[in-house]
Design a binder for this molecule. Structure first.
Ligand SMILES: Cc1cc2nc3c(=O)[nH]c(=O)nc-3n(C[C@H](O)[C@H](O)[C@H](O)COP(=O)(O)O)c2cc1C
Length: 225
């Protein structure tokens, strides 16, 4: 399976990192088309101290723990509108934008297609493929909310970067959340098509795997109801 990942300049670069790690570790993912906005590079530097400038696939591979010569990641220039994710006839499973800035969210909602992230997201929607957007902003203004509603109606999955607090370890929360984004693994098992109860349950199972704590399923079922 081939999937596109866009990283934009919202806070939460760690989510992008974990999403890439999860996708790269998945048996079903053969190719990740990676696109970085200019601001994503700034935020990664501020938040993670990771320098994306003059960054190539080899360096990304190192960053996410892949062998340096791995061919899973294909890095595309933001201004390369001839890159494969820009074309609907190029088959792929879907796209994740993580984290998704309000600027990119608005651009996708407008259909402007002015850079490769916007265009690839537009193509993903027009082809009826899974588009998962992970917005990070607080508080939302009415424009943000309207854009999210518009995108949701157009078929995008809005999955805000809102860590939950069931796990005491912040690291677990990030891991679980990003495994959910890639669970939109979209793509593969239609996890998002399930009803809310099942989704909640799935999240809990993810949490179990992360924390290795005993799970009280009776209690969880009661909460989920
Ligand atoms: C350190 C830092 C943190 C930022 N955090 C956010 C954020 O959480 N959400 C957001 O929408 N924009 C945030 N921004 C602003 C965006 O980077 C800016 O709007 C940018 O133009 C988005 O462009 P892009 O969508 O092409 O990446 C942040 C910028 C910086 C430098």
């Amino acid at each position: 399976m081939e999937i596109t990942v866009g990283i934009t300049g919202a806070s939460g670069a760690i989510y992008a990192h974990r999403t890439l790690v999860h996708l790269a570790a998945s048996d079903t993912v053969e190719r990740i088309n990676l696109i970085l906005s200019d601001s994503a590079r700034t935020v990664a530097m501020v938040e993670l101290g990771f320098d994306f400038r003059s960054c190539d696939e080899k360096r990304i591979n190192e960053w996410i723990g892949l062998p340096a010569d791995s061919k899973i990641i294909r890095l595309h220039r933001l201004d390369n509108m001839a890159a494969t994710p820009s074309s609907g006839s190029h088959l792929q499973a879907g796209m994740i934008v993580v984290p998704c800035s309000m600027g990119t969210l608005g651009a996708i909602a407008s259909g402007a297609g002015t850079n490769l992230i916007h265009r690839a997201a537009d193509v993903t929607l027009k082809e009826g493929r899974k588009l998962v957007l992970v917005p990070r902003e607080t508080p939302y203004n009415a424009i943000h909310i309207e854009n999210m509603l518009k995108l949701s109606r157009a078929g995008a999955r809005i999955l805000p970067a809102s860590p939950w607090f069931l796990s005491p370890a912040a690291d677990d929360r990030r891991t679980c959340r990003s495994s959910m984004f890639s669970d939109s693994r979209s793509v593969r098992d239609s996890a998002f098509e399930r009803d809310t109860m099942e989704r909640g349950y799935k999240q809990y199972e993810g949490l179990e795997a992360c924390t290795a704590r005993p799970v009280d399923r009776q209690k969880w079922r009661a909460v989920a109801r």
